[in-house]
Design a binder for this molecule. Structure first.
Ligand code: CTP
Length: 470
């Protein structure tokens, strides 16, 4: 028994297609991941039917449970339904290119081999028969199994043709190389370089899907380096491409901020699966090119790049079609604050500076510290050890202050409503002045983060601005 068919669903499909006298095969990612023994996060099963994919989808669903809802995409000759953890998609074999996500209807019927040759890569074109007489038989006309073994990404046809059918496949090649730790075959990669401009016709929604997958690889820098080499990065992500290069003046050079950002990203990837933390790592120095200055005395300066960088994020997110919500704000916040722990560790670490950092970073303080540690990419081991030692000290201080003052989730101990009620005033400027004074006093450590102390200060501050309790 073929281990890739070790699931009830294949038995059911087999019964249906055998009794309907049509041929069907499981194909694509399921087969690839099964042979690689790769634990796949989602469980997508692609079934190719020599005949009507839609008809077989309906019949299979009915056999499992008549209540299952089958979604049909008539224009594309596909249908899918969900069952248990699976998302099962049925498609009729086609002569034309397999373009998922394209708006162009593709309907011409073909043989299994026609279908396999119009898929993206040999490793995604492996099929296993589901019919009773040939159950479990491998159909691998393009040597995909051997490419899997040798860890090679290669198109079944002339790559120019495969990429012209669907230019997103250029990004998919790089994403698979990064995700699976494979090498893109030379002529396939040359073709990507040649056809890079064609990526412009692909929708941004599909592009960002691939970029996010690259970002979630174990070693995401591999993907970005390939994107750059292929000439795709400057088209799909010019701001990142702009970080490339080193300038030298009076014998002083700054670091290559592209390579540095990728190193930081790889460092954070070892530490966290949080995609937004990974975006923050990739973009933390995004404003270095626009803030770069050479000062004869001090050398290269990127003054304010953290602030300007955080301001660049909404535009970048909008263009990339990333969400413009609290995830974006989180990325902005981390970029804006990414120098603070370093500055802090270089100065005398006062309680009030630590308290302010905790107040501003709030719940994200641990992610910020992780980002700052990932940001230390110096090759000088002594320097690196010193920075890390300083950070350990900042972390210790953060813990102490947090235990004492609890400012991570700062809620003012006296709120606006209490101020209004105490002085019998209307909401307005005075309320803001008093609230602000209380917050500042707590952050500076002048009063503890407690109600009684805050109330006393409220009365005092009120008096100063001419308010008295009635
Ligand atoms: N496919 C293709 N060209 C594309 C997209 C998909 O030829 N642009 C084919 C491939 O045979 C692929 C199958 O459709 O294996 C399923 O596509 P998809 O679900 O996007 O990818 P998977 O290979 O399943 O991999 P992953 O789930 O990691 O994206």
């Amino acid at each position: 028994m073929n281990i890739c068919l070790n699931d009830k669903i294949f038995e059911i499909i087999s019964e249906v297609v055998t009794s309907e006298k049509v041929k069907a095969f499981v194909i694509g990612g399921w087969v690839r991941d099964c042979i690689m023994k790769r634990d796949h996060p989602g469980k997508d099963i692609d079934i190719v039917v020599i005949g009507s994919g839609i008809g077989i989808a309906r019949k299979t669903a009915r056999r499992i449970d008549p209540k299952i809802k089958v979604s049909v995409f008539k224009n594309f000759g596909t249908a899918m339904f969900r069952w248990k953890d699976y998302e099962i998609e049925f498609v009729g074999a086609r002569k034309e290119s397999y373009e998922r996500g394209s708006r162009k209807p593709v309907v011409e019927d073909g043989t299994l081999e026609d279908d396999q040759m119009r898929r993206d890569f040999t490793i995604n074109a492996l099929a296993i028969s589901l019919n009773k007489e040939t159950y479990g038989e491998f159909l691998d006309p393009f040597e995909g199994t051997s490419d899997l073994k040798n860890r090679i990404i290669r198109t079944p046809l002339d790559p120019d043709r495969t990429f012209s059918d669907d230019p997103l496949r250029m990004l998919r090649a790089i994403r698979f190389a990064c995700q699976l730790n494979f090498t893109i075959k030379e002529n396939t990669f040359i073709s990507i370089t040649k056809n890079a401009e064609r990526i412009r016709i692909v929708s941004q929604e599909r592009i960002i899907g691939e970029l996010n997958k690259i970002l979630m690889c174990h070693h995401p820098s591999t993907g970005f380096i390939l994107l750059e080499k292929a000439g795709l990065l400057s088209i799909i992500f010019p701001e990142l491409d702009n970080l490339k290069g080193v300038e030298r003046k009076d014998g002083k050079a700054h670091k290559d901020n592209f390579l540095h950002s990728l190193k930081v990203l790889d460092n954070i990837a070892k530490h966290s699966e949080n995609i937004w933390l990974r975006w923050a790592a990739l973009l933390h120095d995004i404003a270095k090119p626009v803030t770069k200055k050479y000062l004869p005395e001090a050398g290269w300066s990127f003054h304010g790049h953290e602030y300007i960088g955080s301001k660049m994020i909404p535009d970048i997110f909008r263009k990339l079609k990333l969400p413009l919500n609290e995830k974006m704000k989180y990325v902005q916040k981390l970029i804006d604050l990414h120098l603070r722990p370093i500055v802090l560790s270089q100065e005398v670490v006062t309680d009030s500076a630590v308290r302010r950092l905790l107040f501003e970073a709030g719940e994200d303080i641990d992610d910020l510290m992780a980002l700052c540690e990932a940001d230390i990419t110096s090759k000088n081991e002594t320097k690196k050890a010193l920075h890390l030692e300083n950070f350990r000290y900042v972390r210790k201080k953060l813990k102490e202050i947090e235990e004492k003052d609890a400012v991570r989730n700062f809620q003012p101990p006296v709120d606006g409503a209490e101020i209004i009620a105490t002085f019998g005033i209307k909401p307005g400027r005075e309320v803001g002045i008093i609230k602000n004074a209380i917050r500042e006093a707590i952050l500076d450590g002048i009063i503890p983060n407690e109600h009684e102390a805050a109330r006393k200060l409220m009365i005092k501050k009120g008096k100063e601005i001419g308010l008295t309790p009635p």
